[in-house]
Design a protein around this ligand. Structure first.
Ligand code: AP5
Ligand code: MG
Ligand code: ZN
Length: 215
């Protein structure tokens, strides 16, 4: 199964994708994670993307589509993919169609996480992730069982994203509304869009996604 998780910053795309990976052995392809890795490694892509990401604007379509192409090329087509944060523009949606076809895949579902924008700043400014394994947490909504120790890998180091401040979040929301939300009709025309209440608690959202995936 190949699924797109769509929703504004803080909707829960990464949180839910990590859970589906654990339960179903699917692969999460997050262009945000790939770009952050490129920034950290100071690759040519990372050097180009760094300032754009810090402003909360979108990186160029060609860069992100090339990242997805490389990942799909290296992946067994039998392993299902969850696209997290891609596609984000109409040209990216067109590229994804071509990439899926060229790598022997079809798109099964586009799941929109519906959220109230007022909640997103709180979600994003409270977010942190494990520096060891990347598991996501939240100061209020998803704390580790033991304070300061990752539930999954035991690491005691955590990090916060440089773009997780209120000002940048506002720009990211504007970008989402202007460029990403308008791609939904492309998939609505194919009758593959489903909606999930992203304001429910994290476990309830996972349960709703599981029902959709089970068909
Ligand atoms: P990206 O990394 O994709 O960020 P984003 O879209 O802004 O989304 P987030 O990762 O902030 O939100 P999420 O939905 O994953 O939320 P999460 O599950 O962590 O992109 C970053 C940047 O990279 C972009 O701004 C752009 O510059 C660039 N980029 C990336 N892809 C690109 C592309 N395709 N094209 C061009 N540029 C691209 O949840 C947030 C927090 O809330 C967590 O702490 C979590 O614990 C908590 N939480 C989650 N669900 C719930 C819930 N139901 N209830 C309570 N708390 C919850
Ligand atoms: Mg994310
Ligand atoms: Zn960890």
């Amino acid at each position: 199964m190949n699924i797109i998780l769509l929703g504004p910053p803080g909707a829960g795309k990464g949180t839910q994708a990590q859970r589906l990976v654990e339960r179903h052995g699917m692969r999460q392809l997050s262009t945000g994670d790939m770009l952050r890795a490129a920034v950290k490694a100071e690759t040519p892509v990372g050097l180009q993307a760094k300032a754009v990401m810090e402003r909360g604007e979108l990186v160029s379509d060609d860069i992100v589509s090339a990242l997805i192409d490389a990942e799909l090329a290296a992946l067994d087509p039998a392993i299902g993919v969850i696209f997290d944060g891609y596609p984000r523009t109409a040209p990216q949606a067109r590229s994804l169609d071509e990439l899926l076809a060229s790598h022997g895949r079809a798109l099964d579902l586009v799941i929109e996480l519906e959220v109230n924008e007022d909640a997103l700043v709180e979600r994003i400014t409270g977010r942190f992730t494990c520096a060891g394994c990347g598991k996501g947490y939240h100061d209020t909504f998803e704390r580790p069982a033991v304070d300061g120790v990752c539930d999954k890998c035991g690491s005691t180091e955590f990090k916060r994203r440089p773009d997780d401040n209120e000002e940048t979040v506002r720009t990211r929301m504007v970008e989402y509304r202007a460029k990403t939300a308008p791609i939904l009709p492309i998939y609505e025309a194919r009758a593959i869009v489903r909606r999930v209440d992203g304001m429910a608690d994290i476990d309830a959202v996972t349960a709703a996604l599981e029902r959709l995936i089970a068909g």
